[in-house]
Design a protein around this ligand. Structure first.
Ligand SMILES: Nc1ncnc2c1ncn2[C@@H]1O[C@H](COP(=O)(O)OP(=O)(O)OP(=O)(O)O)[C@@H](O)[C@H]1O
Ligand SMILES: [Mg+2]
Length: 281
């Protein structure tokens, strides 16, 4: 097994001074989690192996790693859609045993319902909750305001741009007031400029709401620009080979953060951590 690289191996500017930033209470924890999938042969397929990490309240953590290393599997286990073969996943102190209301999940596709207005899309996830119609509406409008979509509450999804639709999907995810928001490559289907603007919009909204976020991304610049911490996974079976505590300013403004020399240093470090220079396609 590749040994995790200690923080002392990081450039001095990226290392954290523990006394300055005490760890917030854990919202999500993985303890010795291994996931194997059954195959047609006698040997099961190990997707991820011995994952242990915690994510604190209000933290924004990204997971990067090669395709197929098990990133989506980590999210699925957090959401209770897949169960670990070994180890356990806990959310706010409770072991995850199945789908639960503490998790908000956002994918590359916005999955808005085309026949519902934007505000009614945001209300959708609240309909199973014990809330009055007025409370649902109030919460939906509050999240639309946070996502700067108040003027589009009565529009339909087809009337919105791709970026606005993703913002509406984020509003819907936040409306259920999850303990953690899981983001599986939410920007990967967008053009470069829309992506930058949307990253900034998401960063602000998530920062303002104070929600804990776990982002899966192939985009290393995005991970550096948006996160407090990055978990680097190895090739399959996925293990965590490094944890990078970024300790950079502007978590609510990825465009400003990307311009920092220290952000570029973190990128170079990530390239090395993923052995990109030595890897073939
Ligand atoms: N339900 C399943 N049954 C069998 N194998 C699965 C299942 N889900 C995932 N896998 C396998 O587990 C491995 C990890 O998959 P996963 O989708 O988590 O990777 P990923 O890191 O998200 O990949 P990508 O970057 O391409 O999205 C892959 O080899 C995949 O084929
Ligand atoms: Mg994936």
């Amino acid at each position: 097994m590749d040994a995790p690289v200690s923080q002392s191996a990081l450039p001095a500017e990226l290392a954290v001074i523990p006394a300055v930033r005490p760890a917030p209470p854990a919202v999500l924890s993985f303890e010795g989690v291994t996931k194997r999938f059954a195959t047609r042969t006698a040997t099961p397929f190990t997707a991820v192996q011995d994952l242990s990490f915690t994510i604190g309240k209000g933290e924004f953590v990204s997971i990067v790693g090669p395709s197929g290393c098990g990133k989506s599997t980590v999210l699925n286990m957090t959401a209770g859609l897949d169960a670990p073969t070994e180890g356990r996943v806990s959310l706010s102190g409770e072991v995850v045993t199945g789908p639960n209301k503490h998790v908000g999940f956002m994918l590359q596709k916005d999955l808005l319902l085309p026949w519902r207005s934007i505000v009614r899309n945001v209300e959708f996830g609240l309909e199973a909750r014990a809330l009055s119609r007025a409370e649902r509406r109030e919460r939906a409008l509050r999240e639309l305001a946070r996502c700067r979509l108040s003027d589009f509450a009565n529009h339909y999804p087809f009337q919105l741009s791709g970026g606005m639709r993703q913002r509406a999907a984020l509003a819907r995810t936040l409306a259920i007031e999850p303990d953690v928001v899981l983001l599986d490559e939410p920007f990967s289907a967008l053009d470069a400029q829309t992506k930058l603007l949307l990253q900034r919009s998401f960063a602000r909204t998530i920062h303002d709401s104070g929600v804990t976020a776990l982002l899966i991304t192939h985009d290393l610049a995005e991970a550096v620009a948006m996160s407090d911490r990055i978990l680097v996974m190895s090739e399959r079976p996925g293990r965590i080979v490094e944890e990078i505590d970024l300790d950079l300013p502007h978590r609510d403004d990825p465009i400003a953060r990307q311009a920092l020399p220290r952000a570029r240093e973190a990128m170079t470090h990530l390239f090395q951590s993923l052995h990109l220079a030595e890897r073939e396609e």
